[in-house]
Every structure is written in C-alpha cells, then in structure tokens.
Ligand binder design. Structure first.
Ligand code: FAD
Length: 396
C-alpha cells in the first residue's frame, strides 16, 4: 500500500497529527496503534475528566535538554487554539485550579472529538496493529505491519513517531519510538519516570498514610506550592509529583509545611494569652493533627507555650519549613504520569518536528525529550507538537 503519511501511535499527539496532516486533501494518512482503543491515556487522565490544557501554559513549564525547543510549537498552536477547538465541538469545561482546564463531563469527549476529526479528514485508523519492521526506501519508508487481518506492507513518504513514553507499561507503553529513532542514528537522551510519587525506607510514613497538607516543596529546581499527601510507601500529591521531575537519586528534597509563614507569629501571639496551652495543641490549629502527633514523637516536642522561647519557636518553625527528606526512590514507570528524556531535540527541527538528517521522519508528543509540569501541560505539548508536524506534512 502506498500512502503519504504513516503515524505510529494513536494517542494525543498522533491523533492530533492525523486529523490535520492530510488537510482534507487526497493525501493518504494512516494511523496505527497496538491497543484495542485509541487515546487510552486521554480516557483515564485527570481522574476521567482529562486536564486537557493549562491557561498559563508557558515554555518555562517544560523540562528538556534544550529549554528553548518547545517554544516554537507551543507558540504556533497555543492553549487558546485548543480551547477554541474544544468549544467548537461543544465540550463543556471548567478551571479546577492553577489554570488547569478539565472537561465538565468525561475525557471520552476529547477522544471522540479527535477520532471524529480524523474520520472527517479521511485518516484511516488501524487498531491492534503492531510494527514488525521499518526500513528506509527510495520513496520514504517501508513499514511492515501486523494487523488483525494479516500482514500489511506500507510504503510511506512520511513516518511520524508518536508512541509516547514508557510510563504505565500495563497500558501498552513501549519504547518503540526510541528504538526507531536509534535505528536512524537519532540520539535518545536518558529516560526516567517523572510526575511520580516518592518512596521512603520501610514504614517511614506509615503512621501518616492518608494525611494531606498544603506545602511548598523543592528539589534541584523550582519550588511548587501545592498539596502533599503521605502514603504507606512515601509521599505523593501534586507538589511531590512536580518535584519528582527535578529529583535525582540520592538528592534531598525540602518540604515546607508552613509556606505562608503563619506558625511563628501565631505561637508568639498565643503564648501571651494561653501560656499553659500545650505546644502540640496549638500546632494542631495549623497542621493536621496526625502530623503533629508524628512530629511530637519524631522530633520530641514537649512543653506548653510558655516554655517556648523565641529561639525555640524559631528552631521548631525552621524545621517545619525546611524538613529535609531523602527519598529512597520513586514508584517508577508503574505509576509515573510521564517519561522524562526521550528523542534528542538537537536532532529535530523545533518548527516541524522533522528529523534534521532523515527527511520525512517526524517525532512528536511524549516520545520527544520535552516533559511538562503536572496540570495539562503534557497534553498541550502533544497537541502543539502534533500540529507542528501536521502543518509541515500538509504544506509539503
Ligand atoms: C494516569 C495518567 C494521567 C495523566 N493525566 C494527564 C492530564 O490530566 N493532563 C496532561 O496534560 N497529561 C496527563 N498525563 C500525561 C499524558 O497522558 C501524556 O503526556 C500524553 O498522553 C502523551 O501523548 P502522546 O500522544 O505522546 O502519547 P500517548 O498518549 O501515550 O499515546 C501513545 C500511543 O502509542 C501507542 N503505542 C505505544 N507503543 C506502541 C507500539 N509499539 N506499537 C503501536 N502502538 C504503540 C499506545 O498504545 C498509545 O495509544 C497523564 C498520564 C497518565 C499515565
């Protein structure tokens, strides 16, 4: 079969690309996926409501070997463009927090929008289809596929790698895009799990499992003001997931449980009037009581408010604001929302996502070494990079 464009991976980026690469022309666009349904990560994302973009999307919310790489694609297909698309398809949405936009109804509406757009554009979707081999040919690429109906040989002018990252192998994540990139001598940077909970040595936070608190957290990068959640295995919650993308094995993370700096002034003020009140009773007015119980034992907090000198209060609050913790690891790809690293951006055009040295080969979405923060940024990268490749293919 001779076609114009073959897209491998019917996820967020691949479907966005497939819906626009043919530009309603007679150019044949085929998209394949080994899963039974397209867009499975979209379907389960955002607790089933898909956090499809972020109103404050900005290149600084992306991690990459080249922090400038994402700028062009993000500027040429913005969060406002995607919001306009969602509006045009009558999908109702709301802002949850921090500019994060979710469907009012279901993430399935986003999948249906994309599959509908692909069908309207004349792109053909083959599910339960695996890639047997890829080779360079005179016209472009020769790709051997195994479909439920048997083997299929495809000759394609353009080949788009859109198989995402390695996160959640149970859902069918593979490193196929990396393997094909390497086959064409395109480097792949070190990959590791991102947006993932931290684990701590056996039982460290078991007494706190289920406790959540607002916090400021940082590793070797920006700090994030969001909730942290103590779990049986360690630490989770949005602030922790964000920081995990900047953390490396062996590093310490700083947990600030008093980011608004309210505890020291309150302890001093209450000491004036309620000197006989227990220190931990007062602390429990500012922190979850199970956390205070844990600190009482772990940090040996004793005495009533009158016993607390200014210096003691300062030392205690410094500990609450600069709790140094060293995770033993992360929960890994099993639960990571994204994969850091990937196809080296140096090898790609930031405008078109085409490989600089392999004409006709494109890489988009999470497979590329561009990873967003938690909060809709990763889908925006999928839409923007998918669109960048589609526009280049349609214009060629
Ligand atoms: C639980 C969870 C929740 C998330 N929630 C959000 C959220 O709310 N907002 C947000 O912005 N991001 C979220 N993300 C991240 C987001 O889902 C990804 O960044 C995004 O889906 C990446 O798009 P993609 O098209 O590059 O890859 P994917 O959407 O992962 O698509 C890749 C496709 O390739 C297919 N594939 C893989 N290997 C092969 C192969 N060998 N042969 C054939 N097909 C293959 C897969 O089946 C899949 O359909 C979440 C991730 C997870 C895991």
């Amino acid at each position: 079969m001779q076609i114009d464009t073959l897209i491998i991976g019917a996820g967020a980026a691949g479907m966005m690309c497939a819906a626009h690469a043919g530009a309603h022309s007679d150019k044949r666009v085929v998209i394949v996926d080994h899963a039974k349904s397209p867009g499975e990560k979209i379907r389960i994302s955002g607790g089933g409501r898909c956090n499809f973009t972020n109103m404050y999307c900005d290149p600084q919310a992306f991690i990459s070997g080249n922090p400038h790489f994402a700028k062009s694609a993000l500027a040429r297909y913005t969060q406002w463009d995607f919001i306009e698309l969602v509006d045009r398809h009558g999908i109702a949405w709301h802002e949850k927090t921090l500019g994060q936009l979710f469907c009012d109804g279901s993430a399935k509406q986003i999948v249906a929008m994309l599959t509908g757009m692909m069908a309207d554009a004349g792109a053909t979707l083959h599910l339960q289809t695996s890639v047997q081999s890829v080779a360079k040919s005179a016209e472009g690429f020769a790709v051997a596929l195994q479909t439920p109906d048997g083997a299929l040989q495809i000759q394609t002018r353009n080949l788009v790698l859109a198989t995402g990252g390695k996160s959640i192998p149970k859902m069918g994540a593979t490193g196929l895009a990396y393997d094909i990139a390497r086959q064409f001598a395109i480097p792949v940077t070190e990959t590791r799990p991102g947006l993932v909970p931290f684990t701590f040595s056996e039982g460290r936070f078991v007494p706190l499992a289920g406790v959540a608190a607002p916090a400021r957290m940082a590793a070797d990068g920006p700090s994030f003001d969001e909730a942290v959640l103590f779990t049986h295995r360690g630490l989770s919650g949005p602030a922790v997931l964000q920081v995990s993308s900047y953390w490396r094995e062996g590093q310490t993370v700083t947990l600030n449980l008093d980011p608004q700096n309210t505890i020291a002034p309150a302890l001093r003020a209450q000491r004036q009037h309620y000197g006989r009140r227990n220190l931990t009773t007062e602390l429990a007015a500012h922190l979850p009581s199970r956390l205070v119980d844990f600190m009482k034992d772990d940090w040996v907090l004793t005495g009533n408010l009158a016993d607390q000198s200014d210096a003691r209060i300062d030392t205690l609050v410094d500990r609450i604001q600069n709790w140094q913790l060293t995770p033993t690891g992360t929960e890994g790809y099993r639960t990571a929302e994204v994969t850091l690293g990937g196809i080296d951006t140096d090898a790609l055009s930031s405008k078109t996502m085409q490989a600089k040295d392999v004409p006709g080969l494109y890489a988009i979405g999470e497979a590329v070494d561009v990873t967003g923060w938690l909060g809709g940024y990763n889908f925006q990268w999928a839409w923007s990079s998918g669109m960048a490749a589609a526009r280049a293919i349609a214009a060629a």
